[in-house]
Ligand binder design. Sequence first.
Ligand code: NOJ
Length: 570
Amino acid sequence: MLLNCAFSVCHVLMLVLCLSAAEDFDWTKNEHGSFYYGTFPTGFSWGVGSSAYQTEGAWDKDGKGLSIWDVFTHKKGKIYQNDTGDASCESYYKIKDDVSLMKELKLNHYRFSISWPRLIPTGVRSDHVNEKGIQYYDQLIDHLLENNITPIVTLYHWDLPQVLQEKYGGWQNVSIVNHFNDFANLCFERYGDRVKYWITFNNPWSVAVEGYETGEHAPGMKLRGTGAYRSAHHIIKAHAKVWHTYDTQWRGKQKGTVGISLSGDWGEPVDISNQKDIEAAERFVQFNLGWFATPIFHGDYPQVMKDFIGRKSAQQGLGTSRLPTFAPQEKSYIKGTCDFLGIGHFTTRYITQKNYPSGRSGNSYFTDRDLAELVDPRWPDPGSEWLYSVPWGFRRMLNFIKTQYGNPVIYVTENGVSEKTQCTELCDEWRIQYFKDYVNEMLKAIKDGVNVKGYTAWSLLDKFEWDEGYSERFGLYYVDFGNKNKPRYPKASVQFYKRIISSNGFPNQREVENWRRKSIETCSSSSQLLAADPLTSHMEMVTEIVVPTVCTLSILLSAILLMFLLRRRN
Ligand code: NOJ
């Protein structure tokens, strides 16, 4: 009897567990609350990321050419407080320091980008290759490998050589495809023996829209309605060409892989029972991720982009669509040029249908989409204005990729959260919460069958945040930009991320709660360290200004005294 009873209790319990697990993995339901304890597949790769212009500094050192960001940031009024990346974190001089921070985290990979003008100052390979620039990345790669950290290398994280912008109009001109291919070829030639993961472009959406449509980013072009589509078209062609170059010339001996890193904000219909909102949300994603992913996986732009931009162009009285077209042979050349898909995901929007009537002027990438973006005021937004923490959107985005593009291999190439500059707080509880929830949604997505192989926390250090200058800090490590040595201090999230890595996931509630508590405990002592920092800066001032001044004065005084004594003797 007792045995029977125990058996049925167990049975009911099992059923409840199964049901809740099943519900947990039905990603189409908005099950926002539940946390899943479990681990990632063996071999899952954990990393952190950075990019050249945002961290390196040394903008004019050792033969580096100018990039569009060097020029853009030096114009007044473009960047918050007219900040520049001239010095940034000085990572150019701190390979060993930065790799030791990565070792501390026990990372599997480091994602960084190569500055094109550091290697080829004018952007044109036949002009000149800068060996000192080559050496810098040689040292970085070697040092990573010596420490068992796999380099994941981005070829283009926005810092186009200025000469290519001035001479040809940058990504507006198709001639750039060959120049980019030459640069990529140089990188394969020099680093491909050691680098096995290549990312052609980082977030081309930003390059196209913010660089050539709104002009908020370098090179600051405001070509509304055409600039973004045109540059994206050339970026896609350049990506495909580089993939083919690797495939035909290098893959055989180097055995590496080439992918692209796309930005993927999720769009959720405001009203899930309203067909118009559902379609608008789908459009939001297609105009963003789909714009690049659909040609790369299926050979052409998303149908919805062709329809909307084509219709609006016709209403404007234009003979052809503002969205360029691919010739049939280009479509088959572009299709399938991706060994893995990189995803940079930060946030989510609610989407509703909104009509923008098209006139002769006033059309833009944004109005072409016929939608409005909304946010839930209850979503946490600890830092950047645009960045709301909505973890469940991440799982939806990953599942969308799985179904739309045939379940490709995915590396999450960016995911993280900022805080405002005034905040010198190393106890970044909200970042711990963000990582915990987002990484957990990624784990659920893997259980859904999404093929995610690695995760890159964004970013290793606080750094130059484009048009926001240094006002938004994404780092796991705090950087004191006011101090010439740019010291790095661990935020509490370092400890937390480290534990996720060493456990390869989330073992159980008790332990994960413990991690959080311990991480916060350790950070109060690092906060004290940071609080003491003004003293270090003051000490520097003493050595830099006071000491030389005192020395000069003493020499002068001794000289006067000597002259006085000599005169008296005469
Ligand atoms: C995406 C960009 O690739 C990266 O450079 C930037 O720091 C993050 N967004 C955060 O804004």
